[in-house]
Ligand binder design. Structure first.
Ligand SMILES: Cc1cc2nc3c(=O)[nH]c(=O)nc-3n(C[C@H](O)[C@H](O)[C@H](O)COP(=O)(O)OP(=O)(O)OC[C@H]3O[C@@H](n4cnc5c(N)ncnc54)[C@H](O)[C@@H]3O)c2cc1C
Length: 512
């Protein structure tokens, strides 16, 4: 153990410093807690990049039941209704709490939240900041608030590499810090490591978001849920820049239209048109491109010269790519954006491993079903942080045994995974391509190579996608286009993924 980790013996450890991790730490204050951030605070993570804002029934014409209905419809019948009901009632409270913490949401002259409209929402209910700068402002305020709480120890440039688990109980965690390995003796760990976009060749996520928390939990034997449900944002900028810059749904919410290379609207006949759920729009653009066409978002008539003032971050990304969104259609394409799947958690945010919680995008709560409704994720993380903190507060502390030292895994490199997963588990999938991906992914996941952990997560996505022989929400099987008779969430452990029929493991998998 290093001096740093000894000093924090017995404290809950939160892995990740986006909205999920920092809000959980704040909710736990003044209870002492450690937050590990693999990068300097505020330098990494999807929260920083969020554009549109946070969804909640805040307007006079809105109510939680309407927000719930929209969430369930977008989720294609796979959402847990009890979780949805709890979320829509708690989201306005969470946003008010963030405002009290110092987040400067855009407001009207009367002081009420200015609310934007996004796809598949029946009301304007997106609380935004500076037009398209919600994430930056959220992180600014959360970092200031966490730094001001002496009970929160923030360890920057500490990367969690292994959970120490005995008999399905958390005993500690190994991280690599600036001075080498550090072992944290703790019986309470929260995974808040964000999404998986870095496992894909084309994603809107930071490259550093590649499901490290899912690998930690999976290697510790935790059940993961709905891994096959990966959301592709329909309107990423179609330019050779990685990660792919996002053109927020709010632009379509303001009236921008999707057109093909001949200038024709191709969503006009589809229910919801440009504001249909993300999976519907992403598939329409995918089909257009598969038949040799190209898609553009035309904001000239609806927004025009106002574009840079209304959407400064998106305008900057367009200018960098040589596009003037006020005067020309913006080329767009689908790109991986969000993961509905993740660590399976119960209503308190607890995983199947005792002492292990998950919050934010790394958790799979059942809220999003088969397809997340736009702007529900920041709000979900803020709501669930309070739930996880309450659960941790109420959890029994276990006698701390000195954690058994075992080797931390090496620094992970997801690069070899990207072409395999992108080909097999993209907007549209088929059994043959998925089955072909499973062997190479399983080989890499069982190796001692740098790609082992990313491969384990990708393997679980591929196996879950292969097993789900129908199309539902964001999971589109070209060989099984029909919807299922019954909507059932999927659950999978890493051992089960290795035992998938398409692959028999050559080596027994060692757990943490
Ligand atoms: C471009 C873009 C725009 C978006 N716009 C919106 C929006 O408008 N509204 C909305 O609701 N959602 C939006 N989303 C989704 C939303 O931003 C994310 O789902 C949410 O921010 C996830 O928060 P999080 O706390 O779970 O993870 P993140 O914010 O991604 O934070 C993860 C943290 O974990 C750390 N970490 C990872 N692995 C380790 C490790 N091994 N050890 C230590 N630390 C680790 C990272 O450094 C980071 O601090 C957007 C996403 C993107 C990419």
């Amino acid at each position: 153990m290093t001096a740093a980790s000894l000093a924090y013996r017995g404290r809950p450890v939160i892995v990740g410093a986006g909205v999920g991790g920092l809000m959980t730490a704040l909710e736990l204050a003044p209870r002492p807690v450690v937050v590990l951030s693999k990068a300097p605070l505020g330098a990494e993570g999807s929260t920083l990049w969020a554009q549109g804002g946070m969804a909640a029934a805040l307007g006079p014409d809105d109510e939680p039941a309407l927000h719930a209905a929209d969430t369930m419809a977008a989720g294609d019948g796979l959402c847990y209704s009890a979780i949805v009901d709890r979320f829509v009632r708690a989201a306005p409270i969470a946003i008010e709490k963030l405002a009290r913490l110092g987040v400067r949401f855009d407001r009207g002259l009367d002081g009420a939240f200015a609310l934007g409209l996004e796809a598949a929402h029946s009301r304007s209910r997106i609380a935004h900041v500076g037009g398209d700068g919600a994430g930056r402002e959220l992180m600014r305020a959360l970092i200031a608030a966490t730094r001001a709480r002496p009970s929160i120890a923030i360890l920057e440039v500490f990367e969690a590499r292994r959970l120490l688990v005995e008999d399905n109980v958390v005993r500690g965690l190994i991280a690599i810090g600036p001075s080498g390995p550090a072992v944290f003796a703790t019986d309470k760990v929260v995974i808040a490591t964000g999404g998986i976009g870095g496992l894909y060749a084309e994603s809107t996520n930071p490259l550093s978001s590649f499901g490290q928390g899912l690998a930690l939990a999976a290697r510790a034997g935790a059940v993961l849920a709905d891994m096959e449900f990966v959301q592709f944002h329909p309107t990423a900028l179609d330019v050779p820049i990685r990660p792919v810059p996002l053109v927020s749904e709010a632009v379509r919410g303001e009236g921008a239209k999707l057109i093909n290379e001949r200038g024709e609207r191709f969503m006009a006949e589809i229910p919801g048109a440009e504001l249909a759920p993300r999976d519907v729009v992403a598939r329409a653009i995918w089909r257009l491109r598969a038949s040799g066409g190209r898609a553009f978002l035309d904001a000239r008539a609806a927004i025009g010269e106002e574009f840079a003032a209304r959407f400064p971050a998106i305008a900057t990304a367009c200018y960098a790519a040589g596009i003037d969104p006020a005067r020309e259609p913006i080329p767009v394409r689908p790109a991986q954006h969000y993961h509905m799947g993740g660590i399976a958690v119960d209503a308190e945010g607890r995983s199947s491993v005792k002492g292990l919680w998950a919050c934010g995008e790394a958790a799979s709560t059942g809220l999003h079903g088969a397809n997340r409704l736009a702007s529900n994720s920041l709000a979900e993380a803020a709501v669930d942080a309070a739930i996880v903190a309450r659960s941790i507060d109420g959890a029994k502390s276990r006698a701390l045994a000195p954690p058994r030292l075992s080797s931390a895994s090496r620094a992970a490199d997801p690069a070899p995974i990207r072409p395999i997963l992108s080909r097999a588990a993209g907007v549209a999938r088929d059994g043959e391509t998925l089955a072909a991906a499973i062997g190479p992914l399983a080989e890499m996941a069982t190796s001692n190579g740098d790609a082992a952990d990313p491969a384990a997560v990708a393997l679980m996505i591929a196996v879950a996608a292969l097993r789900r022989e129908h199309s539902l929400g964001a999971h589109c099987r070209t060989d099984f286009p029909a919807a299922p008779a019954a909507r059932v969430r999927s659950r999978l452990t890493l051992d089960e993924a290795f035992a998938a029929p398409a692959y028999a493991p050559p080596i027994r998998i060692r757990r943490a």
